[in-house]
Design a protein around this ligand. Structure first.
Ligand SMILES: [Zn+2]
Length: 212
């Protein structure tokens, strides 16, 4: 998921980092998700939408962990072992094409490298990210223990940032204040107008093919 450096998307105007808060209030001010949004059971309509979003049926689907304002899935919660027995560490998986494109754009802009450097210099951030890793593992353990991936979370946690898609999915599923770098990536995406939680982005051309 790491595009080459020369793929850097020039059209994205990322705001100065100083303008972005990573605390709960700042993310909420940007329209961050709050836990407790109605998620509801997985419906046949959800499964059909996921198949379009992913280009294949969703695997290991447990629930919809975050939804668009229109109620279509943004993030799925996935079993730690897929139907074919494969261990699957990425409990929260970003499915919405506009959000996955937003995460890719931030990755191409060098956000992961910069975050990883900050983790080595900012003890408070490193501690919060470690806590996010632990909460991620605890959430996955609710779905069953899989020895092959014991202690291994996803996205580079707890000491690196290797996939913003994972961190954004975790932030959307858990709500602000759980995954600091997921919150921050989401805030960056919102500030850069790549996505926002207040409106439905399902009609964007990246999701053409959805039955709207
Ligand atoms: Zn929508």
């Amino acid at each position: 998921m790491v595009p080459a450096a020369n793929d850097l998307t020039e059209s994205v105007d990322l705001p100065p980092r100083a303008d972005l808060g990573t605390d709960r209030e700042a993310v909420a001010a940007l329209g961050g998700f709050e836990p407790g949004d109605p998620r509801g059971p997985v419906t046949e309509s959800d499964r059909a939408t996921l198949a379009v979003q992913l280009g294949r049926p969703a695997r290991g689907l447990v629930s919809i962990a975050a939804r668009c304002v229109c109620s279509r899935p943004l993030v799925v919660r996935t079993a730690p072992r897929l139907e074919d027995g494969t261990p699957f560490p990425t409990t929260y998986y970003l499915t919405h094409p506009v959000l996955t494109a937003a995460a890719s754009t931030l990755e191409a802009a060098g956000v992961m490298r910069e975050m990883t450097v900050r983790l080595t210099r900012d003890d408070e951030l490193a501690a919060a990210y470690l806590r996010a890793h632990e909460l991620f593992l605890a959430s996955r353990a609710e779905l069953g223990r899989v020895p092959e991936i014991a202690g291994i979370s996803a996205g580079g946690m707890p000491t690196r940032v290797k996939c913003l898609h994972v961190l954004v999915a975790h932030a959307l599923a858990a709500g602000p204040g759980v995954n600091p770098l997921g919150d921050e990536a989401l805030a960056l995406a919102i500030s850069a107008r790549l996505w926002s939680p207040q409106r439905c982005w399902c009609a964007a051309k990246a999701v053409a093919g959805l039955d709207l």
